[in-house]
Design a protein around this ligand. Structure first.
Ligand code: S3P
Length: 440
């Protein structure tokens, strides 16, 4: 596979006012619910990254007319809960775990067979976590060995409601079951071991579908309908996170990130950075389409190492690669536990980050469910991102304070969540360039 590397050099104080691309989780869901709704839905602020586009293309392939995306605007002509058509070919979910896991739930109760495939990374990720509860509901799902993609969902299963205690804190699994529940006979409930992102619940409500919320339990009654809605997708706090850490570790920084989603189930990055001593202010707090939003101002600060509260882990699950960079720039030791889920993301983010940090001269010790990092000085070097977008962007942040450049290998997948990362980063003080590599 052809591939891109980043050559990342020491940067300047991070200053300016920018808007990072739209929230990935919300973008996916806007396409799914807009497609199944009755009526026409308009989406603004849509993330034009490969992951959300994989979802969009899947619904087009199932007969939904979708205009755009153009400058973040998408118009979806909903076909109703039972209006999808069998796709002509298998659906390619690319790198996107959210697409394959949520669509497994949505498509399990349709009247046609459908196969979902993925790239090399997605083909290694565990799907048993969705296959098992779907099988309990009566769905027929076949997978490759070890419960890996491709997944084949067989037609003709009448789904039954279940009450399911989630074995792990996962919004993708929760959403998969709730979405299958829309097509099941009866009331489907899930109970979470810890709160996870609740965009599915919020957006179902926005499309007029009632979700029962009771403590850690969420439930839907099958057989209802979705009504078209307009969705304003806020900027993605997971993409904002790279700039929050960048501005925190660079002396003299003063950066404002506009219109960022600050859903309480996503703000672990803010909680953790603040506990490390970061200077973060939430300005202009407001609500758009059921989701809280703010402008976030970050100024440079002296960070200190901490023991990360396990309650913050699911709330910051995608932000750990860049939080490890913050820890490497902090004074003292940072300890993370209870984060074994990081091992089954787009890469094994504990091992891959530990390898990269060590390659750059940082003392990092991976553990089964976390990592121990000593604050130090990035020396520079070569790191392998394993084609994981968040690893690539995290080492770009590290380069800001690195003695020598960091060459980051395999940065092509940055386009899955943050297509204009290099441009936007360079506009506020980064020093990144792109190198074409012939082999992965
Ligand atoms: C997501 C849930 C999380 C997260 C992923 C997006 C979602 O995955 O890591 O990037 O949109 O529901 P898990 O449910 O596997 O934790």
């Amino acid at each position: 596979m052809g591939s891109l590397n980043f050559i990342a050099k020491k940067g300047q104080a991070i200053t300016g006012e920018i808007r990072v691309p739209g929230d990935k989780s919300i973008s996916h869901r806007s396409i799914m619910f807009g497609s199944l709704a009755e009526g026409v839905s308009h989406v603004t602020g849509f993330l034009e990254g490969q992951d959300a586009l994989a979802t969009l293309n899947a619904f087009r392939a199932m007969g939904v007319e979708i205009e755009g995306p153009s400058q973040g605007e998408v118009t979806i002509h909903g076909v109703g809960m039972h209006g999808l058509k069998a796709p002509q070919a298998s659906l390619d979910m690319g790198n996107s775990g959210t697409s394959i896991r949520l669509l497994s739930g949505l498509l399990a109760g349709q009247g046609f067979d459908v196969t979902m495939t993925g790239d090399e990374s997605l083909s290694k990720r565990p799907m048993k976590r969705v296959i098992d509860p779907l099988a309990l509901m009566g769905a027929q799902v076949e997978s490759a060995e070890g419960g890996r993609p491709p997944l084949l969902l067989k037609a003709g299963s009448a789904l039954q409601a279940i009450d399911y205690p989630l074995p792990m804190a996962s919004a993708q699994v929760k959403s998969c079951i709730l979405l299958a529940g829309l097509y099941a006979q009866g009331r489907t409930s899930i109970t979470e071991p810890a709160p996870t992102r609740d965009h599915t619940e919020r957006m179902l409500e926005a499309f007029g579908y009632e979700v029962e919320v009771n403590g850690a339990t969420r439930a839907v009654v099958g057989g209802g309908k979705l009504t078209a809605a307009d969705i304003d997708v806020p900027a993605d706090i997971s993409s904002a996170a790279f700039f929050m850490v960048a501005a925190s570790i660079m002396q003299g920084s003063d950066l404002t990130l506009q219109h960022v989603g600050i859903n309480p189930t996503r703000i672990g990055i803010i909680n953790i950075l603040r506990k490390m001593g970061a200077n973060i202010a939430l300005l202009n707090e407001r609500k758009v389409g059921g989701e809280p939003v703010a402008d976030i101002r970050i100024q440079g600060a002296a960070l200190k190492g901490i023991r990360i509260d396990e309650a913050d882990v699911p709330l910051a699950i995608d932000e750990f690669p860049v939080l490890f960079v913050a820890a490497a720039c902090a004074e003292g030791e940072t300890v993370l536990t209870g984060a074994e889920e990081l091992r089954v993301k787009e890469s094994d983010r504990i091992q891959v980050m530990a390898d990269g940090l060590i390659a750059c001269g940082i003392d990092a010790r991976p553990t089964e469910d976390g990592i121990v990092i000593q604050g130090g000085q990035f020396q520079g070097g070569e790191v392998q991102s394993h084609h994981d977008h968040r690893i690539s962007m995290s080492f770009s942040v590290a380069s800001l304070v690195s003695e020598a450049p960091i060459r980051i290998l395999g940065c092509d997948n940055v386009a899955t969540s943050f297509p204009n990362f290099v441009e936007l980063a360079n506009s506020v003080g980064f020093n990144l360039s792109i190198e074409e590599a012939s082999a992965a």
